[in-house]
Design a protein around this ligand. Structure first.
Ligand code: FAD
Ligand code: NAP
Length: 540
């Protein structure tokens, strides 16, 4: 059954920040656009991740859309690092203000998208079996939308309430006085743990790999600051354009190894006491590239953890030993380490006592003496996502001649600029693999504007089909690999290197899933392609 009464010019999958902005831009071109969104509202990440304590650690005023001065002046961010309900409220406002909702069908998960060579059109198939067709297909699926449950035996047998953080219920969950277990200690778990520890009766944290974390230093935005922020948006966004990660934080040009221990320590103390990601992406130039500098930075943060956690054994367990500071995406925290000084919180190190299975009552771990059953009212899975390629793998995407994207990308994604793949004509990915990423809305706006520019070019020149030349894809793939070489994070397992031990086939071989030559270099290359007349593409 065809769902749309008349054929749209373009179909967009996803109504998060990326899909909403792409819709806005294509409507500006006068195009008919149909968006399909699995959720029941706009917002993407901020619609799904409603867990206690969810917030971003981008500075709020650098995270919102930059395209509308009216919107910038109308919206007040309440805090320097906004909480999920505020960000969702903001994105709902955007949808209403720009009249986006009439073009979005909610509650529609796309299961497949097939390109037909004869008609030059994509057919999109929804889980309901309904279909829609359009010449252009834009995937705005999100890098962190394919959540993963832990592959632990007995998972479905738990008799209490169990939630993955990315599917937290819309109704309030009463945690007061409850016995709660949480599996995972990534950025999400850290936010949950520090938020619920004071309210629950007892909290057990199951940790397989500790993560380095540093203070967020969030606070409300005062009326004076609000006025200053609103007056300086051009400077804020200009600053984000200058940095490799599109955050306001710029890498320090000095090397940690070139300055005296006193200067190093003083700089790190300063960064540790300041809000946001300065300590990660505004650190000395060599901290994320030179293992010796990284060891020193790790020792500094380890010292802080030891100072903050009273029990030395617990402190040691919380200090990562298998990866250096900042080599995984750094969680920012607010009182996380102090939680372990509370009597009602227990840290279970899964390296010492692995989980055997989930039982109707809770979690069974093995001990030297036998096994121990931890019983719970509520079990929280903060077990992350099949990052970047996960949402693509979950759809049956077939290009020209029935070629399957999943097969083409089995070892590594193959794209030009992370936006298009050879053999998948007229399919454009917003924030696909091999794009620059950091402060993500900044990346999204640039990519959407670039895709819109290419579509505008095609319409002007009467072109109906586009895909990248295979040699352009090869060249970009080589460049992506060159850019990541030498970055310490590429040697560490995480969602950013394509590892998820809960996903078959993704549990051991690292892949490069982003472009790490920096947002400035990415922008220069994309602009060069556009101003050069898109020579890297084959048009029809
Ligand atoms: P999403 O917001 O993920 O939206 C994608 C949408 O596509 C979703 O609504 C999904 O339902 C839909 N979709 C996917 N597949 C299908 C399908 N097959 N059919 C139909 N619909 C589909 N980034 C930062 O820059 N700074 C931060 O501090 C930050 N904090 C984060 C905190 C959390 C908890 C998480 C999970 C992510 C965070 N991120 C942060 C990353 C965040 O994902 C991006 O900032 C941004 O929200 C991505 O927007 P998007 O539109 O690309 O993707
Ligand atoms: P994550 O960083 O991938 O963490 C998942 C956690 O679950 C890890 O500790 C992992 O352990 C553990 N885990 C997974 N499967 C397990 C199993 N079977 N048994 C035991 N432990 C298991 O995921 P996330 O915390 O959801 O964060 C993902 C990304 O979302 C972040 O890196 C960030 O980009 C974004 N995010 C941002 C914020 C923010 O503050 N802005 C907040 C939340 C999320 P191992 O490490 O051992 O695999």
């Amino acid at each position: 059954m065809v769902v749309t009464s008349s054929e749209p010019d373009a179909i967009i999958i996803g109504a998060g920040i990326a899909g909403m902005y792409q819709l806005y831009r294509l409507r500006e071109l006068g195009m008919r656009v149909q968006v399909f969104e699995a959720g029941s509202d706009v917002g993407g990440t901020w619609y799904w991740n409603r867990y206690p304590g969810a917030r971003f650690d981008s500075e709020s005023w650098s995270y919102g859309y930059s395209f509308s001065e009216e919107l910038l002046q109308e919206w007040d961010w309440p805090e320097h690092f906004a909480a999920q309900p505020d960000t969702l409220r903001y994105l709902r406002l955007v949808a209403d203000k720009f009249d986006l909702r009439p073009h979005i069908r909610f509650g529609c998960r796309v299961s497949a998208a097939h390109f037909d060579d004869t008609s030059g059109r994509w057919t999109v198939i929804l889980e309901s079996g309904e279909q829609a067709r359009a010449r252009l297909l834009i995937t705005a699926l999100g890098p962190l939308s394919a959540y993963t449950l832990p592959n632990i035996p007995g998972r479905d047998s738990f008799a209490g309430q169990a939630f993955h953080t990315a599917r937290w219920p819309h109704e309030p969950v009463d945690l007061r006085g409850k016995k709660v277990g949480i599996i995972g200690t990534g950025a999400t778990a850290i936010q949950v743990i520090q938020t619920i520890a004071r309210d629950v009766g007892h909290l057990t944290v199951f940790q397989r790999t500790p993560n380095w974390a540093a203070p967020l230093h969030n606070r409300p935005i005062t009326p004076e600051e609000q006025a200053r922020i609103k007056a300086s948006y051009p400077e804020i966004f200009a600053r984000c354009r200058e940095t490799a990660t599109c955050f306001i934080h710029q890498t320090d040009p000095r090397n940690a190894l070139d300055v005296s221990p006193e200067e190093r320590e003083a700089f790190w103390e300063k960064l540790y006491s300041e809000p946001g990601f300065g300590i990660w992406v505004g650190n000395f130039a060599d901290v994320l590239t030179d293992p010796r500098a990284n060891d020193l930075a790790s020792a500094f943060v380890a010292k802080k953890i030891r100072q903050r956690v009273k029990d030395p054994n617990t402190a040691e367990k919380l200090i990562p030993k298998n990866h250096g500071f900042g080599t995984r995406r750094l969680p920012l925290e607010s009182g996380y380490y102090e939680v372990y000084n509370q009597n009602n919180v227990r840290l279970v190190d899964l390296n010492e006592t692995p989980i055997e299975r989930i039982t109707p009552q809770g979690v069974l771990t093995s001990t030297k003496a036998g096994s121990e059953e931890h019983t719970f009212d509520i079990l929280i899975y903060a077990t992350g996502f099949d990052g970047v390629t996960g949402p693509y793998d979950r759809m049956d995407i077939r290009g020209s001649g029935g070629r399957r994207l999943r097969d083409d990308w089995i070892d590594t994604p193959r794209t030009f600029l992370g936006i298009q793949a050879t053999g998948f004509p007229n399919m454009f990915m917003v924030l696909g693999p091999h794009t620059a990423r950091g402060n993500i809305p900044r990346n999204i706006e640039e990519i959407v504007d670039w895709i819109t520019g290419l579509i505008r070019y095609m319409r002007r020149h009467g072109l109906v089909r586009v895909e990248p030349r295979p040699e352009a894809v090869d060249e970009w793939g080589r460049h992506v690999e060159e850019a990541v070489a030498g970055l310490l994070f590429s040697q560490v397992n995480s969602w950013q290197t394509g590892i998820n031990r809960n996903v078959e086939g993704r549990d051991s071989v690292r892949r490069t899933l982003g472009y790490y030559g920096g947002a400035v270099a990415y922008r220069l290359r994309s602009e060069e392609v556009a101003t050069g007349g898109y020579q890297e593409f084959i048009f029809g």
